[in-house]
Design a protein around this ligand. Structure first.
Ligand code: UGA
Length: 436
């Protein structure tokens, strides 16, 4: 099939390459010329494991092109819209201007039988509105909503072998076209749910709301665990054995960040309020509040660890991205903690395997040191905020020799407290007994 993908960010660039992998001819379109030039040279403009490989093989096959001109989407019969829906300036609703612009841009090139497929995360009701915009043009094209559930860091696998496919459609033909697009994944046994627009849109936002709630739930338990001497990691293990609960997304720590979970729960709340149903999701405000409190708790812990003031002390922040295996620093809890500590007068040195360039653009006031050993030298306090493999594997004896004080805050609960304490460290986790 001939496919266009409008928007080549984290979602679209992976989707475009993966569609070639599934056997299609693809053109990726984006207004950002620099990004398109990089993709056309088979160089991903961001870090995503596995993307360089599929981008290279897709480009070499001659079945993947990139363009800044939406007219190049004219040959395609299926058009995926994968542009961003960031938070609006007031920090609540989703900004739909890129989605609207993508649809407007496509309209002159749509032909009878074309299918426009929305992938962006949108407030429920958007697809129905866009379907009437497309129908109003009378060019015989239709709309489907096919939300995306990929995780950064696993985006390639999640796109090629998704957990499930959800089609929000207004007619059977649209479902048949999507079946053809995803034939390879369906043949491999991927479950598919065919439903209406509103349900498809809601599956996406409610999945993210559920995941966010799960994380805030365990972080709330971490607060209680701390007040009682209990250990939240053991609590999560024990809860997780109940298959109705499950162990995944029960890792307590500094909380969730990124371009999706925080903004999606706020946009969902705003949309529910617009619909007069704000009270149904009022708990999401608490989920957000618990989440933001974790960042503050890490900062408070740092102040406490340094005897009441961080002023002039060297604090090494391990990790700046919102999670490992990504260079994404959008709404990163790690950066938030680093910036707060810097604001309190600490000499903050942040390090990260992939995120320094993006972090520096947002927070040039922080000091960055890409070399882990150099970063750690003479530290008064080490704060592990993003659980990259090299930080999980740190040897407390070796690191202990180069720091000024052996004090570590493990804001992701990924280190073994006993090993670190045995090496002479003062170890503090989140929701774990503070120890001797
Ligand atoms: C999330 C969803 O997991 C995807 O299914 C969805 O497609 C995506 O948003 C999206 O809407 O585009 P992502 O933001 O890439 O994916 O990252 P997650 O793996 O969900 O992690 C989100 C945050 O939660 C990270 O900051 C992570 O450190 C944190 N987290 C995760 C925890 O604090 N505890 C956990 O147990 C799990």
């Amino acid at each position: 099939m001939r496919i266009s993908v409008i928007g080549c960010g984290y979602l679209g660039a992976v989707h475009a390459s993966a569609m070639v992998e599934l056997g299609h001819d693809v053109v990726g379109v984006d207004v950002d010329g620099a990004k398109i030039a990089q993709l056309a040279a088979a160089k991903p403009p961001f870090f995503e494991p596995g993307l360089p490989e599929i981008l290279t093989s897709a480009s070499a096959s001659g079945r993947l092109r990139f363009s800044t001109d939406i007219a190049d989407a004219a040959d395609a019969t299926v058009h995926f819209v994968a542009v961003g829906t960031p938070q609006t300036r007031d920090g609540r609703a989703a900004d739909l201007s890129y989605v609207d612009a993508a649809i407007e841009g496509l309209l002159p090139f749509l032909k009878p039988g074309d299918l426009v497929v929305g992938k962006s995360t949108v407030p429920v009701g958007t697809a129905a509105r866009l379907a009437s915009v497309i129908a109003g043009r009378g060019n015989g094209a239709t709309l489907a909503w096919n939300p995306e559930f990929l995780r950064e860091g696993y985006a390639v696998r999640d796109t090629i072998e998704p957990d499930r496919l959800v089609y929000g459609v207004a007619d059977e033909r649209a479902a048949a076209v999507l079946d053809e697009v995803y034939a390879a994944a369906l043949a491999a046994g991927t479950p598919r749910i065919v439903t209406d627009y509103a349900t498809a849109e809601l599956v996406k936002v409610s999945a993210n709301a559920f995941l966010a709630t799960k994380i805030s739930f365990i972080n709330a338990m971490a607060e209680i665990a701390e007040a009682t001497g209990a250990d939240v990691t053991q609590l999560a293990d024990a809860l997780g054995h109940d298959t109705r609960i499950g162990r995944r997304f029960l890792n307590a720590g500094v909380g969730f960040g990124g371009g999706c979970l925080p903004k999606d729960i706020r946009a969902f709340t705003a949309r529910a309020e617009e619909l007069g149903r704000g009270e149904s999701v009022v708990f999401l405000k608490e989920v957000d509040a618990i989440n933001l409190r974790q960042r503050q708790r890490v900062v408070d812990r740092a102040i406490e660890a340094l005897g009441g003031s961080v002023h002039g002390r060297k604090i090494v922040v391990l990790g700046v991205t919102f999670k490992p295996e990504s260079d994404d620093v959008r709404d990163s809890p790690a950066l938030d903690v680093a910036v707060q500590l810097k604001g309190l007068g600490a000499d903050v040195v942040a390090t990260d395997p992939q995120g320094i360039e993006n972090a520096r653009l947002r927070h040039p006031q922080l000091s960055y040191e890409p070399d882990l050993d150099l970063a750690l030298r003479d530290a008064d306090l080490v704060v592990l905020v993003t659980e990259w493999r090299p930080y999980r594997d740190l040897d407390p004896v070796r690191v202990g020799a180069s720091v000024r004080a052996r004090t570590i805050i493990d804001a992701r609960n990924v280190l073994d407290p006993e090993t670190w304490r045995a090496a002479g460290w003062h170890y503090r986790g989140m929701g774990r007994a503070s120890g001797a």
